[in-house]
Design a protein around this ligand. Structure first.
Ligand code: PLP
Length: 373
């Protein structure tokens, strides 16, 4: 089945008890045993399994072309679950431009579990090869990356990781399965902050890990999900499943809007630099055109002349964009990234990250035109 059909039908069926076209929200935390003590319908306790969570997991697995998905209460909880696979003396090699919370987990939490991490520019395959050499267990990559929109070659990274005995995990949050399917390119694990495009409306927090069919990683991850207990609430799963129906439409239109906005900004002398892989002059454009489809995503980062104060001043003047963190929602957001990322930030002080939404591109361009002063 095609992605658009899966987005609407995977994980879904009319409710067997009532015929309701949308599934009920199962708020119960516990489920009845049969007379023989078994759980005949497959559910015992909501931390271990819940019908709404199961439906969401099936749908996201199908969209990523995976075998199984494991849902968590946030993207960060999902990332940390993946890093448990590399704990106990394991070494993670991670892209140097990545979500700052992911870097913090690797810097602050992994060592407490006996693991270690190294950060490397994953667009440089020789550097990755060298970093993997002394027994890395997991290579972790974002492509396009947050916030510099760097593009890394997933098929090449999978080959490098596997030839040195490591797993490849890909944070696919920026692309979503509409634009990029890392499992088909050799990744062992796909992660999403479903707070972003999967949710799409800035009203639900969530995270997902997706594995290829038959992956041996399912057992430890399922065990970690139920035992650590960082699971999403049934209502959040229901909301996410509802959002998936419009995911292809939203992501394609947001990407088309982003390309228009990026082209306007790239041609404007008041902007020092535009980071967007959809622009021909972006160093990762050809690779992105090869490994992505239907668009280049809807996050655009810009650098304006000056420093933090000048960037903040531009953000202060927008009228349609909202000054807020996060991305992937239907409304456009603008953010001074370095001030959110804290003391370890390597993000340029004059950088603003734009999450392009579903408003008319012409209105967004007019808003930025006025804000640039
Ligand atoms: N990965 C990326 C690329 C992100 O942008 C984010 C959040 O901004 C996360 C992971 C963390 O997700 P969450 O905020 O759902 O914990």
């Amino acid at each position: 089945m095609k992605l658009e059909t899966l987005a609407i039908h995977a994980g879904r069926a009319p409710d067997r008890a009532t015929g309701a076209v949308r599934e009920p929200i199962h708020l119960a935390t516990t489920f009845e045993r049969g007379a023989d003590g078994s759980f005949p319908r497959g559910y015992s306790y909501t931390r271990a399994g819940n019908p709404n969570r199961g439906a969401l997991e099936q749908a996201v697995a199908a969209l990523e072309g995976g075998g199984e998905a494991v849902a968590f209460a946030s993207g960060s909880a999902a990332t940390l679950a993946a890093f448990t696979l590399a704990a106990q003396g394991g070494r993670v090699v991670c892209c140097s431009d990545c979500y700052h919370g992911t870097a913090k987990q690797l810097r602050d939490i992994l060592p407490r579990w006996g693991g270690s991490a190294e950060f490397v520019d994953t667009t440089d395959l020789d550097a990755v090869r060298r970093a993997l050499e002394p027994g890395a267990t997991l290579l972790w990559v974002e492509t396009p990356s947050n916030p510099l929109l760097r593009v890394s070659d997933l098929a090449a990274l999978a080959e490098l990781a596997h030839s040195s005995g490591a797993l490849l995990g890909c944070d696919n949050t920026f692309a979503s399965p509409v634009l990029q399917q890392p499992l088909a390119l050799g990744a062992d694990l796909v992660m999403h902050s479903s707070t972003k495009y999967l949710g799409g409306h800035s009203d639900v927090l969530g995270g997902m890990l997706v594995l290829p069919p038959g992956s041996p990683l399912i057992e430890p991850l399922r065990d970690f999900q139920g035992t650590s207990g960082g699971v999403p609430a049934p209502f959040d799963c229901w909301l996410l499943l509802r959002s998936l129906a419009t995911l292809p439409l939203r992501v394609r239109q947001q990407s088309a809007n982003a390309l228009e906005v990026a082209r306007f900004l790239a041609a404007d002398a008041r902007v020092e630099r535009v980071h967007y892989p959809g622009l021909e002059q972006h160093p990762g454009h050809a690779l992105a055109a090869r490994q992505m489809r239907d668009g280049f995503g809807a996050v655009v980062s810009i650098q304006v002349p000056g420093g933090a104060a000048e960037a903040m001043a531009v953000a202060a003047r927008v009228r349609i964009f909202t000054r807020a963190t996060s991305l992937g929602g239907v409304e456009s957001l603008i953010e001074h990234r370095a001030s959110v990322e804290g003391p370890h930030t390597q993000t340029p002080q004059n950088l603003l990250r734009l999450s392009i939404g579903l408003e008319a591109a012409a209105d967004l361009i007019a808003d930025l035109d006025a804000a640039l002063g």
